[in-house]
Structures are given as structure tokens and as C-alpha cells.
Design a protein around this ligand. Sequence first.
Ligand code: A3P
Length: 346
Amino acid sequence: MTTLASGHTAKALEGDELARLLENFPSYKNGLIRLSPDDWVFSNGFCNFADKLYNFEFREGDVLVMTWPKCGTTWTQEIVWTMRNNPDLDNPDADVAIMDRVPFMEADMFSSSEDASEDQMPVSEMFKKLCPNGNPRDGVSFQMAQATPDPRSLKTHLPFSLFAPSLLEKVKVVYVARNPKDTVLSYLHHHKLFKAQSFVGSLETFVDYFLEDDLIYGPYWLHLKEAWQRRDHPNLHFVFYEDLKADIKGELKKLDDFLGTELSEDQLANVAKHTSFGEMKSRNNLFINKDMFKNEVIVDQEVLKKDGGFFRQGKSGDWKAKLTPELIEKMDKWIKEKCDFGINFK
Ligand code: A3P
């Protein structure tokens, strides 16, 4: 058992609990940890970085995009970076992979597990440039997050409680929430697409893991609750994926006010177009290595062909076609019980 700076203790999943997960997630054989209290679940590499992340030295002017997985993080990080760095669409750095421009703060927990190959987290030219003396074993993403120059934009899937309580005093946080029914479908696709997190069970089983807080990153409802409770803080901008889809112009205006970017109508139109699903899908530059999608060790080629890649659908309301009436009922019950803190999903 390890005690973390956040006050949580981390314990390796074992016995029946681990066996229950391994049945459907064979790739989790190198271990997971669960934090207490709160039940956050992570790859076992998390403990190597937890305290460094908690004590991360944020700078005035930083913007942190925070979401639970599959809530539109990549979209939002590209929106934020483009608004701050490329509103005229003339910044050559826009060709750099999104992950290199907006580092994923805790990503190293995945590559530090024994089964991660170098292909999954290759050292990029940007790492070499930003951290010339950096040792990848100390965390590629973490060191890039430290070394990214101002104006710095960062991304995390961690909840507020795993950062120091002073976070919002220094940093502007853009928090994105998404309807849990679409989130779970998108996360299922992610677990089928990427072999490092492969899932071999049914939709029904995956929904059960989600509702029981057993997926990596753990309780979505608590992640939302922590952000929702802070939503009136002037340094927190709480946005729904569904609102971004329904009215991107209106949402970009609100973001412009929040970030203080003072963009013109033309610049906002540039951002909307550049970050549209179609344009981001065709650029496909989230990761350093675009060709990794052709690598059958990393990506399940059948799933890719049948259901799409990282940029799968980019829609709201897919759940209406994909979830059975029984699953909808189950999820509605969970929403009523767990998400009882005032949030209304769209
Ligand atoms: P779907 O699987 O429903 O298509 P994250 O970046 O947090 O992992 O979220 C991924 C989800 O956001 C995926 O949802 C992905 O397709 C969607 N997405 C990515 N870029 C988008 C964009 N520009 N517009 C709308 N949705 C986008």
C-alpha cells in the first residue's frame, strides 16, 4: 500500500477483483491500482507519477483541459490551443502532433507499465527539443508538460482531487462533461480499438464495469461531481460536449471570454472550421506516429475498418441507436442515484 501526497492510498488490485477484470481485459495482466477513498482506478505506473502530478508547478497563464476519458478532450485541447496559438491558421507548429503541443500530463503511467512497447509512446522530436537532457524513464509526457513554453496548454483525465487544492488559484481549467451513455460507448470503442487496453467482453459487461466504477480512471460520476461543485469558480469553465456540438459558435464566444483571447469573428470562424470533426479526422495528428493506426500490434484492424478509428463518429446521441432498452433503464437508474448533485445531461 502506498500513501500519496493527495492523501489517498494506492493498493494493487488482486484476488477476485483482479480476476474479474482480467476475464474481459486480458491486457491488464501487468496490474492496476485502486485509490482509497474514492476508488479511482489506474494503471500501476500511476504511483510513479502521482505525487509529481499533485505537486506540479503550474504557472500563471496555464490552461488545463480536464475531462474523464472520451468526453471530447482532444477536440477541446485543439480548440484551446488553436484559439491561443493559431487563430489565423498560420502557425507552422499546428502540424506538430496535438499530444506534443498540449501534453497529456499523466500519460506516462501507461508507458511505464511493463507491457508497453516503445511504439506506443515513442520519444518525439518535440521531446528531444524541449527536454534535451531528459531521460524518457522519468516520464516523457510529464517532462514535456514541465518544459512546454508559455502560453502553456495542458490536458488531463485526472480529477480535481488528485491535484493540489490551489489548482484553480493559478490555472484556468476547461472542464468538458458528456452524456454518460455516449461516453461509455466511446470508451468501449477505445478499448476495442487499442490492443494495449483490449476488451473482449460484451457491451452489457462493459456497461456494468462502467457503472461499478471499475474502468481505468474509475468513477465518472465523482469526476463530474468534483468539477460541478467548482463550476462557479471564475477560473473554471464547465462545458458540455453536446453544447459544443449544438452551437460551436456560441461556445467559442464563451471560451473566448473565459480565456481572454479576444478573437475576431473571422478568427472564431477559423477555429470552428479547423477543429471541426471532419478536419480533425482528416489531419489525424493526435499522436506523433500517424502510421501506428496501420500497426496491427497496436490497433485492431477489423475494429478500425468496421467502427472507425480514434475519430469515430463525433456525434451526440449515438446511444439511442446502440443501447438496448434494458441498458438505458440501468443507466438512467445510475444517473438518478449517482449524479444527484444537480447536473442535467443533454
Ligand atoms: P466518439 O467515439 O463518440 O466518436 P477524447 O478525446 O476525450 O478521447 O474523446 C473522443 C471522442 O471525441 C470521440 O467520440 C471522438 O470521435 C470525439 N471527437 C474528437 N474530435 C472531435 C471533433 N472535432 N468534434 C466532435 N467530436 C470529436
